[in-house]
Design a protein. Structure first.
Length: 427
């Protein structure tokens, strides 16, 4: 048994560890005292996978169906999945004073979807410090709204749950309508969006900002992530605001301009893997939904709690196309040439991603009596580990749920990691 494990490559081992925690979470969530009403094994598996992959799609109402024990299991899976299984393993190794070898560093690199093995242990240390500090501070701010409304015990628990769910880009909420009841609340909008933006921008960027402090000194990756995030979020907010302004089921139903702006801002930042919503996604215009599909495919940054093909991958592909049209031999950013291996990696990630999305949607169109756009949205949301839905998740057949479970799993571990796990183990 031990020899078989040793022969596994890092991708295969990472995949097995992820599966182990998903199965363990499924068993815990199926326990009688984990739910207020009986759930099927398929629904328990779906919830465990959605939590572990920090997706946020839900087949049952988390706040009412699961007891405090069940919710804490979900929260533990979110935290482990968001920060990375191997990151916790490295933390335990460090606490025990054990040596962290090259193999373990490779596992951490793939667990975090990080592009380089260099400085990976330093990144893990920073990851835990930043994560727990940010979550604690955010919990205190959220308590300003929820403690007066629900009392100390319930208010602090809601703040605790949502700060972890938001920072890890899970999108799971204890409210039946997610955060629609707080569409115009500045504290909820600012704190929750700040959490999933910080979680989605990547731990390498946060560490870079902390140590270098000045934008000019930041690495090229950090600059791309910061500028790209600001530009995409601003553009997305403008598009959603214009497209949904007169929609009587979303922004058009709001009398206050401030509510419209908050809703447009929140829903513009959320599709890039967060999964929270303050307006009804199912009633948005099809054109807006189509635009959100692009945001979900792009996703967050590498080394982050989010999914998708990653913003940097998307930027490399866009720059490759521009360079090809200009008939340039090299792709350069800020006078720096991008290596061919990075370009090939970006193309491989995108191609494998689109292939699996196509196959999933094809099968779902056979098994599910839902419109094509809703099935496509559900699939892309699962792949990008976003968690937004047009309201069909609970109505999926068992086959449909299993397909979405696989896509969530694929989106979290990464298309290349999955592909490498099928390859022949190498030294």
């Amino acid at each position: 048994m031990n020899n078989a494990i040793v022969r596994l490559n890092p991708s295969q081992l990472l995949l097995l560890v992820f599966l182990f925690f998903i199965i363990l979470g499924t068993i815990f969530l199926k326990l009688p005292f984990a739910t207020t009403t009986q759930v099927t094994w398929t629904d328990a598996l779906f919830t465990a996978t959605s939590s572990m992959t920090v997706t946020g799609l839900a087949v049952v109402d988390t706040g009412t169906v699961y007891t405090l024990f069940g919710q804490l299991v979900i929260l533990a899976l979110i935290q482990i999945g968001g920060l990375g299984i191997m990151s916790f393993a490295v933390l335990i190794f460090m606490l025990l004073g054990k040596r962290i070898g090259f193999r373990e560093r490779l596992l951490v690199q793939q667990s975090l979807n990080h592009t380089s093995i260099g400085g990976i242990i330093k990144l893990v240390k920073s990851l835990f410090i930043y994560s727990f500090t940010i979550e604690l501070i955010a919990m205190c701010f959220l308590a300003i709204t929820w403690v007066p409304e629900f009392g100390w015990g319930r208010g602090m628990y809601l703040s605790f749950f949502h700060s972890i769910s938001a920072f890890n880009n899970a999108g799971l909420s204890l409210f039946p309508d997610n955060l629609m009841g707080y569409v115009g609340d500045p504290i909820i909008n600012i704190v929750i969006s700040s959490l999933f933006i910080l979680g989605g921008i990547g731990f390498t960027v946060l560490a870079d900002i902390w140590y270098k402090r000045k934008f000019k000194k930041l690495s090229l990756h950090s600059k791309l992530m910061i500028v790209g995030t600001v530009v995409i979020n601003a553009f997305a907010m403008l598009v959603i605001f214009v497209m949904e302004f007169h929609n009587p089921h979303t922004l058009g139903a709001m009398s206050e301009m401030s509510d419209k702006l908050w809703a447009a801002y929140f829903q513009a930042t959320s599709p890039r893997t967060a999964g929270f919503n303050t307006i009804d996604i199912g009633n948005m215009h099809e054109a807006t939904i189509t635009f959100m599909l692009l945001l979900m495919v792009v996703g967050a940054g590498s080394g982050s709690t989010g999914g998708g093909i990653k913003l940097t991958t998307f930027l490399v592909i866009v720059l490759s196309v521009i360079s090809f049209l200009k008939q340039k031999q090299q792709i350069t950013i800020a006078n720096r040439a991008i290596k061919e291996t990075i370009i090939f990696r970006s193309l491989a990630i995108s191609m494998i991603s689109f292939l699996f999305i196509f196959l999933a949607v094809f099968i779902l169109n056979i098994t599910e009596p839902e419109p094509f756009l809703k099935l496509l949205f559900e699939t892309v949301s699962a792949f990008g580990t976003v968690g937004l839905s047009m309201g069909i998740t609970a109505d999926l057949s068992n086959i449909g749920k299993i397909i979405i479970v696989f896509i969530m799993f694929l989106g979290k571990i990464g298309p290349l990691t999955f592909a490498f796990s099928l390859a022949k183990p190498r030294q």
